[in-house]
Design a binder for this molecule. Structure first.
Ligand SMILES: [Zn+2]
Length: 474
């Protein structure tokens, strides 16, 4: 109880701090001074033996080439810019070689083109990795905002402009090696090729080219370029507020899990949780003091399995904002006794699990026929559960959360459970058989023993009779 109180207080304090000191980016001038001659290097990631991501029938080294060439073709339409590619063929190149090439042409920026995939195919969205070293961190943040704004308009989840630290400073070699040579560099991870939500963005060559054009437009906006051919002029375009000298908090490598994650059942007037048409409402309270919350998933079976990831309501990695409370409607499969856990993820995919909520059926509104739902009705096919987010006012939630209503599939989880139950009953059947066989053995041995005793008794009797007759003979 006291713990909860302290958590609530810390959430409130964090909110107050955020209000006083908003992370929201404001319009600003470009931090980077490029001089008269502007040189841009585009680096199609991977190549040769280094094939990159191979998920979902894609080969990243070819994808990056299509996007990089489209970016090149678009950028040369702008006035006063020299553009180079680190490679034009399917060849292996070390990260040092790429950095050295950028240095050799006196590059103002190197953009490394990539496509992403995650181990469990859970992640989706676009992100930009930048240097943690100033002033490159500030340059990266300003460009990253331009690209991710485009990605957001395309409908992708924005995973932020981020830094990742390793033992030698910047974790990603292309950034580290370039910065060593004084060349600003960053990585654009356009989308996740292995997640259903992002697949449509990278399916065809046309998709990959569209990303290249978005990259070029972001660069044109960042450098304030104009193109008579395209009829655009970005010379007055203002960029996100960033600092050249100090590290930008929005890009911070967050290595701690979200700080608060709590769920409570929404209750009716009688104080009991209400389930209507198989839907149960849960109120979520969560906070991460370092970065915006990005995804959530939930478990209805006490954490054995979790749903697919959903976008955290109000998540905006460009401003660092998210909703710290929301109402989640959970579809509870007929006849199950839900054990609910909510998992909150930050942009570095670190997560915190909420408290466990158990809902005894007795506390839940009874179905119309007056009897409690029973497992027998299930016949192995359980309706899929889906989560929908409602705003506190009861309206339907922001667009991104409505994109795929109720598509979270819990079916595999529950069919697994059904399988497990089947397995369990098979094992108990085996046990019964064993007991039966044992009983048979015991009966067999007892009967054997009894007949042995009978035979012995008969033999003894026989011998006695023989002895008697012998005595009679004497
Ligand atoms: Zn890659």
């Amino acid at each position: 109880m006291i713990n909860r109180f302290i958590q609530r207080i810390t959430v409130l304090a964090a909110l107050a701090l955020m209000l006083l000191n908003p992370l929201e980016a404001e319009a600003a001038d470009r931090l980077q001074d490029t001089g008269d001659r502007l040189v841009i290097v585009i680096d199609p990631g991977h190549g040769g033996n280094n094939r990159g991501t191979l998920e979902n029938n894609h080969e990243e080294k070819f994808m990056t080439m299509i996007t990089a060439r489209a970016m090149y073709d678009e950028l040369i339409k702008y006035d006063g810019v020299e553009v180079y590619l680190t490679r034009t063929e399917d060849v292996s190149m070390t990260l040092e070689e790429r950095a050295k090439f950028a240095e050799s042409v006196d590059a103002d920026f190197m953009f490394s083109i990539h496509y992403n995939a995650s181990e469990n195919h859970e992640l989706f969205g676009a992100e930009v990795w930048v240097s943690s070293v100033s002033p490159y961190n500030g340059y990266g943040l300003q460009f990253g905002h331009e690209f991710l704004t485009e990605a957001k308009e395309m409908g992708l989840l924005v995973r932020g402009v981020k830094t990742r630290l390793g033992d030698e400073g910047d974790y990603y070699g292309i950034i580290r090696e370039s910065v060593k040579l004084g060349v600003p560099a960053l990585i654009i991870e356009h989308c996740h090729v292995d997640n259903e939500r992002d697949m449509d963005y990278c399916d065809s060559d046309a998709d990959l080219k569209a990303f290249g054009i978005a990259d070029a437009t972001a660069a044109a906006r960042y450098f304030g370029l104009s193109s008579s051919e395209l009829g655009v002029d970005y010379s007055g375009h203002s960029l996100a507020e960033a600092s050249a000298t100090s590290f930008n908090s929005l890009t911070k490598n967050d290595d701690t899990e979200p700080d608060v994650c709590e769920i409570a059942l929404e209750t009716g007037d009688d104080g009991r949780p209400v389930i209507r048409d198989g839907v149960l409402a849960v109120n979520v309270t969560a906070a991460d003091y370092d970065s915006p919350l990005m995804y959530y998933s939930y478990s209805l079976n006490g954490g054995a399995t979790f749903s697919e990831r959903e976008i955290w309501p109000g998540c905006d990695a460009l401003t660092g904002s998210y909703r710290d409370t929301f109402r989640l409607e959970l579809e509870i499969p007929d006849g199950t006794k839900p054990e609910i856990i909510l998992r909150a993820y930050n942009p570095y995919d670190l997560y915190t699990d909420s408290n466990l909520l158990t809902v005894p059926w007795a506390a839940v509104e009874e179905p119309e026929n007056g009897s409690l739902p029973s497992r027998e009705n299930q016949d192995g096919t359980v309706p899929a559960a889906g989560g929908t987010v409602l705003s506190p006012t009861g309206e339907t939630a922001p667009e991104e959360t409505r994109e795929r209503p109720g598509t979270t599939t819990f079916q595999p989880a529950f069919s697994e459970q059904a399988e497990e139950e089947q397995e369990v009953s098979f094992i108990s059947f085996l046990k019964l058989c064993l007991v039966f066989v044992l009983l048979l053995f015991i009966v067999f041995f007892i009967s054997q023993y009894l007949s042995y005793r009978k035979r012995r008794k008969r033999r003894r009797q026989h011998r006695k009779e023989l002895g008697d007759s012998r005595n009679q003979q004497r």
